[in-house]
Design a protein around this ligand. Sequence first.
Ligand code: ZN
Length: 320
Amino acid sequence: MAHSTDCQYGLIMYLPVRALRRAVIPLLALTLVATVSAQTRVPASSAAPEIGFAIIKTAKVSVMQGLLKPGGSFSKKIDSNFSAFLVKHHQDYLLFDTGMGSRLADQYRQGMPMWWRPFFKYEDPVLPARAQLDQAGLPPLRRVILSHSHWDHAGGVTDFPEARIGVSAEELDVIRHPGTGPGGTWASQVGASTIQWQVLAFNDGPHRGYDRSLDLFQDGTVVLVPMPGHTPGSVGLFVTVDSGKVYFFIGDVAWTVDAVRAGAAKFWAAGLLVDHEADQTQRSVGQVRALLQAHPDIVVVPAHDSTVQDQLGYFPDWVR
Ligand SMILES: [Zn+2]
């Protein structure tokens, strides 16, 4: 265990910075963990809410906690989730991120270089969001929004041909220039000419400390905000559910809530490698941290944080 850890760090140290940056996502897989101490546990319910959400876990990977969590254990394994988030607003549904999709095995073969595979992987089974939604009898979704276009978030885009795929203008530029590797936006996932991209326009003014926002239903309950840094066009999503509780989905701005509370974006080596722009990422983390300090009742949900997600429960159960 310790040997493989040393190898992993050794590999990272000798890779060119560019390659390291492309390794971004893989390191996500190494998602840290931490306690969600101040987060209130809200049991999920099988009854569909008027406004609420369900976490669709499409896959996960078990990783060494110590790899990305300073002071963490190298003998203890923790799960990093690959999740999609189904938001219900009365009669409308939207999906925030897609997690791993039905074509992931082929995409992975095309997009993940051999030398990265031992370090950046996922575990079977993959349970695509589309398959889980179909099985539950939901009609085809008309709207999907990506927190960003990395492979472990956009893997299911082509599973939703009926949907408009919302991304920020900056992220669409990344999508138009895809790459490979663990921190990449993959052509196999986002390159099809048939994908109905929709650019998100943040024209709804300030929201919870963010200068710009997009209030999707114009009632303040489902609101997108720009959170650049991890990728140029990363976005976050606030959802206020039936109970009045506010949840903040922050994508990969930080891997754990504890990291947010500490104001530490990511473990130093990981941050060097994975974030598109470190200073901007740090500012985005600081903004979430300040928000949490001012409003400790807000529940922050990092995309890969299994500790938070385990507490909230998974589709078909709802958080309302
Ligand atoms: Zn990412």
